[in-house]
Design a protein around this ligand. Structure first.
Ligand code: BGC
Length: 780
C-alpha cells in the first residue's frame, strides 16, 4: 500500500508537516490558500455565486449563511476532490455568542469578571463549531476606544488598555482552550484579534476615517491588548482599515512584521479586513490588484478577505515580482493554523439538530450569570417629589449639559446631583449617607408592596433591545431572549401592569402616544422607563453625533416626570449615552447595555434585590458630545492637573465627566483600609483591606491605579495596572493584593515601544478610596 504523505502524519511536528505540504504545492494552490470567499450574501466582491463559482482550493470561507451541513459539503469538495485535500477554514463573526445571546463585549468588560468572559467564549465556540461549522471566530475586537460616538465601541472592552488586555486573553482561552493541544479538540476555534491596529482612533468617531496615531499612542493605548492576546496564544489577527502614520494597516510592515513577528514572536497568520486590499485604492495608496497584493503580502498580511485581489499572485510569481519564499511564508502560516486546529484529521463537524448543540441549560444559565454582573446601577435614591411643571413636549434637548430641565429629585436640595467623584475615582456609594438621613433609596423594591406598575418605553416588549449588534445566530424572539414585560409579570405577580410604548426608538412620532403613556404613569405607583438604543444603532458604520436618547424618548421622559411617580430608568445601549436627564430626574437608573438573552430577567432580579448589582463602567460617560474624548487615563494638563478629568469648559457646568470610568453602585457599602506597599524581591507587594460594611452580601471591584509622578515623558494622570473583583458577606473583610513588577508595571513605552523604567516617586490608589506613595530605585 502506498504510504500516505508526511503532512498527513499527525505524529510529526506541525513545522515538518507544513514544510512537507508546501513542497508538494504548486503556485496556484498556494495562492488559493491565501484567499477567502464568502457565502450567503449577494453583491460581495468575492461571494460564491453564479458568476463566481466555489473553488475547492480556497483557503477560507466567510459563512454568512449555512450551518454544519453546508460547511461539510464544501469541506468534502476541498478534502476529497482536490489533489492535496487541504481543508477549508470556516470563519464567521462570532462576537458575543452564537445562538445563546451573551452580553455585548463592552457590557462584559463592565462585569470586571474575566472568568465569565472565558466561560461564555467557551460556550460560544462550542455552539459556533457544532451548529455553524465555524473554526475561526473574527473576534475578540480588542481596540481601546475613547470616543463613544464610534459605533464599534460596543464590540470592545472599553477605554482601558489593561482591562482590554485581560478580557482579550480570556476570550482567547475560551475559544482555543488553555493548553496548546486543546485547539484541535472538538468545539474549539481559532481566535482573531482585531482590528490591528488603531481603527478606534477614527477621527471624530466617524467609521473608516483617517487615524492620526503617534508612536506613543500606539504603544500606550492601542497595542497592549493585542500583545496580551498574542501572549495568550491567539492564532490569528485581522488587520484594520485605518492607517498608522500614513501607512494603511493592511500594508503596514512596522505593525504586522516588525512588531508582531519580530518583537512578539507571533507565528499564526494575519488576515485582512473586508476588502482592505482593494480599499488601498480608496486610500490613494495602491491602485490595482498587483501593487495592492504586494503591499499587503510583503508587509505581513497573509490572507485576503473577500475582494479577490490576491488572485493575481500566480502572475506576480511568474513575472518574478513576488519571491517564492515570500509566498511560502504566508501560506505556511495559514497551513500551520489548519494543522493546529486538527482539520486534516477531523475536517467535518457532526450534523446534529440545533436543540442538541445550542442554548443548552448550562449556556442559558451562564447567560443569566453574565447579565447579572454586566448591568450597572448608576443611581439609586429615595423618591421624594418631582417637579410637574414641565411641558410634555420637553424642554430638555436644549438644556445646558449638567443642568436639568426639571427640578431634580431632591432631599433637602442635595441628592439630585450626580454621584460625587474625586479625581474620577469610583465614588462612594450613596446609600449610607441617605440612610443616615433616614431616607431609603428606591431600590431594591419589595414586590409585595408594588401594586401598579407602568412599563413605559420603546423597549418595553422588545427582545432585540437586549441582543445588540453582531448577533451571529442569536435568537431574539421568544425562543431566545426574554423581554421586560414577561419578566415584570414574573417578578411582580401581584401588581397590575400597564404597558405603553409612548414612542418608538427613533421615530419622530406622535405626541398622543406620549400623552397616553403619561396618563398611564400617573396611575402607577412605579414607572419603569424602558429606554435606550437598539442593537442596530451601534456596530460597524453606526457612528452617531448625538448621544442623547434617540427619537422622542427625551420628550417621553419629560411627560413621565410630570406624572410625579417614582421612575426607574432601564437603559439598553451599546455605548455610553448622555443620560444626564435620567440621572437628574429618575429615582434609579439601571444601565443594562445589551446584556443578552436573559438581561431583562437579571434586571428584575436586581430591582427586587435578589441580585446585588456589581458592574462598573468600563468607559467614561460624557455630559456632552463636546467633551469627547473624555477618558480616565488622559495625560495631565498643563494647568490644574490635579483637577484631571475636567476641562474647564466655559459652557459645561458642572465640569468633569457625567460618570467616571469604574463607577457603579451596589446595595451595600465597602470600606477601604489603607493601601500598604512593601518592597518584595526586585519589586513591591501592595495590599488593601476591603470590608463590606452594609447588611447584604456584595461584590466589589478593586482597581489599582498607578500614577508616575515625575517622568521623562509625560504620563497619564493614572492608569490601571490591576483589578480584582471580590465577594464579601456583610461584615466580612478581605485583603486584596497586587504584585508590582517594576519592568511590567512601572515602566512606560517610548514612541518605538522601548520600555523606560525610571527611578522616582509613584502613587498607588485602590479604587480612588485609599492611596500610598512609594519610591522605586534601581537595585544596585
Ligand atoms: C468588519 C470586520 C468583520 C468583517 C467580516 C468587516 O467589515 O470590519 O470586523 O469581521 O467585516 O464580517
Amino acid at each position: 500500500m502506498k504510504k500516505p504523505p508526511a503532512y498527513r502524519d499527525p505524529a510529526l511536528s506541525v513545522d515538518a508537516r507544513v514544510k512537507d505540504l508546501l513542497r508538494r504545492m504548486i503556485v496556484e494552490e498556494k495562492a488559493m490558500q491565501l484567499i477567502q470567499q464568502t457565502i450567503g450574501k449577494d453583491a460581495n466582491p468575492d461571494n460564491i455565486g453564479p458568476d463566481n463559482p466555489f473553488d475547492p482550493l480556497v483557503g477560507s470561507v466567510l459563512a454568512f449563511d449555512g450551518g454544519a451541513a453546508v460547511r461539510n459539503a464544501y469541506q468534502r469538495a476541498a478534502v476529497e476532490k482536490t489533489r492535496l485535500g487541504i481543508p477549508i477554514l470556516w470563519g464567521y463573526d462570532v462576537i458575543h455568542g452564537w445562538r445563546t445571546g451573551f452580553p455585548v463585549s463592552l457590557a462584559q468588560a463592565g462585569s470586571f469578571n474575566p472568568d465569565l468572559t472565558e466561560r461564555l467564549s467557551r460556550v460560544a465556540a462550542r455552539e459556533a463549531w457544532a451548529d455553524g461549522g465555524v473554526n475561526w471566530a473574527f473576534s475578540p475586537m480588542v481596540e481601546v476606544a475613547h470616543d463613544p460616538r464610534w459605533g464599534r465601541v460596543v464590540e470592545g472592552y472599553g477605554e482601558d488598555p489593561y482591562t482590554a488586555g485581560v478580557f482579550t486573553a480570556a476570550v482567547v482561552r475560551g475559544y482555543q482552550g488553555r493548553k496548546p493541544g486543546d485547539l484541535a479538540r472538538p468545539g474549539h476555534i481559532a481566535a482573531c484579534l482585531k482590528h490591528f491596529v488603531g481603527y478606534s482612533a477614527s477621527e471624530g468617531g466617524r467609521d473608516y476615517s483617517y487615524t492620526d496615531i503617534s508612536g506613543r499612542a500606539l504603544w500606550e493605548w492601542h497595542l497592549p491588548p493585542f500583545e496580551a492576546g498574542v501572549r495568550a496564544g491567539a492564532r490569528t489577527l485581522m488587520s484594520s482599515f485605518n492607517d498608522i502614520t500614513g501607512v494603511p494597516a493592511v500594508a503596514n510592515y512596522y505593525t504586522q512584521t516588525e512588531i508582531l513577528r519580530h518583537r512578539w514572536g507571533f507565528d499564526g497568520f494575519v488576515g485582512s479586513d473586508w476588502a482592505a486590499g482593494a480599499q488601498l485604492r480608496d486610500q490613494g495608496y495602491a491602485d490595482d490588484p498587483e501593487p495592492q497584493t504586494l503591499a499587503a503580502l510583503l508587509a505581513g498580511n497573509d490572507m485576503d478577505m473577500c475582494d479577490g485581489v490576491f488572485r493575481c499572485i500566480p502572475r506576480l510569481v511568474e513575472e518574478g515580482r513576488l519571491k517564492a519564499a515570500d509566498l511560502d511564508r504566508a501560506v505556511g502560516r495559514v497551513l500551520r493554523v489548519k494543522f493546529e486546529l486538527g482539520l486534516f484529521e477531523n475536517p467535518y463537524v457532526p450534523e446534529l439538530p440545533v436543540e442538541k448543540t445550542c442554548q443548552l441549560p448550562d449556556a442559558r444559565d451562564l447567560a443569566l450569570e453574565c447579565a447579572r454582573e454586566s448591568i450597572a446601577l448608576l443611581k439609586n435614591e429615595p423618591f421624594c417629589s418631582v417637579a410637574s411643571s414641565v411641558s410634555p413636549q420637553g424642554a430638555a434637548r436644549n438644556t445646558p449639559p449638567g443642568r436639568s430641565a426639571a427640578t431634580p429629585l431632591s432631599e433637602g436640595g442635595k441628592t439630585g446631583k450626580m454621584p460625587p467623584y474625586e479625581r474620577g475615582d469610583a465614588p462612594k456609594g450613596q446609600g449610607g449617607v441617605l440612610r443616615a438621613a433616614g431616607m431609603h433609596p428606591l431600590l431594591p423594591l419589595d414586590p409585595c408592596k408594588v401594586r401598579r406598575i407602568a412599563l413605559i418605553g420603546p423597549m418595553a416588549e422588545s427582545y432585540q433591545a437586549h441582543i445588540g449588534s453582531w448577533a451571529a445566530r442569536i435568537a431574539s424572539d421568544a425562543t431566545g431572549a426574554t423581554n421586560y414585560l414577561e419578566q415584570v409579570r414574573a417578578f411582580f405577580p401581584k401588581a397590575k401592569i400597564d404597558v405603553e410604548k409612548g414612542c418608538g426608538v427613533v421615530d419622530d412620532g406622535d405626541f398622543d402616544a406620549i400623552e397616553r403613556a403619561g396618563a398611564v404613569a400617573e396611575k402607577a405607583d412605579l414607572v419603569l422607563f424602558a429606554c435606550g438604543e437598539e442593537g442596530g444603532q451601534t456596530g460597524e458604520y453606526k457612528s452617531r453625533i448625538d448621544l442623547t436618547l434617540p427619537g422622542l424618548q427625551d420628550a417621553l421622559l419629560t411627560r413621565l416626570v410630570a406624572a410625579g411617580r417614582p421612575i426607574v430608568a432601564l437603559v439598553t445601549a451599546g455605548r455610553p449615552l448622555i443620560i444626564d436627564r435620567l440621572l437628574d430626574q429618575c429615582a434609579a437608573v439601571l444601565y443594562l447595555w445589551q446584556s443578552g438573552a436573559r438581561a431583562a430577567e437579571a434586571a428584575m432580579e436586581i430591582l427586587v434585590g435578589r441580585v446585588n448589582p456589581s458592574a462598573k463602567l468600563p468607559m467614561t460617560f460624557p455630559r456632552h458630545v463636546g467633551q469627547i474624548p473624555v477618558y480616565y487615563n488622559a495625560h495631565r494638563r498643563s494647568r490644574h492637573w490635579a483637577k484631571d478629568y475636567t476641562a474647564d469648559l466655559e459652557d459645561a457646568l458642572p465640569d468633569g465627566p457625567l460618570l467616571p470610568f469604574g463607577f457603579g453602585l451596589s446595595y451595600t457599602e465597602f470600606a477601604y483600609g489603607p493601601v500598604k506597599v512593601a518592597k518584595r524581591g526586585g519589586g513591591f507587594a501592595a495590599s488593601v483591606a476591603v470590608t463590606n460594611t452594609g447588611s447584604v452580601a456584595g461584590k466589589e471591584t478593586v482597581f489599582w491605579y498607578l500614577t508616575d509622578v515625575w517622568a521623562t515623558y509625560t504620563q497619564p494622570v493614572r492608569r490601571v495596572i490591576g483589578f480584582e473583583k471580590v465577594e464579601l458577606a456583610p461584615g466580612e473583610t478581605k485583603t486584596v493584593r497586587l504584585r508590582i513588577d517594576p519592568l511590567r508595571d512601572l515602566s512606560y513605552p517610548d514612541e518605538d515601544g522601548q520600555r523606560i523604567l525610571e527611578e522616582g516617586e509613584f502613587r498607588l490608589s485602590a479604587s480612588g478610596r485609599a492611596e500610598a506613595s512609594f519610591a522605586y530605585c534601581v537595585p544596585n
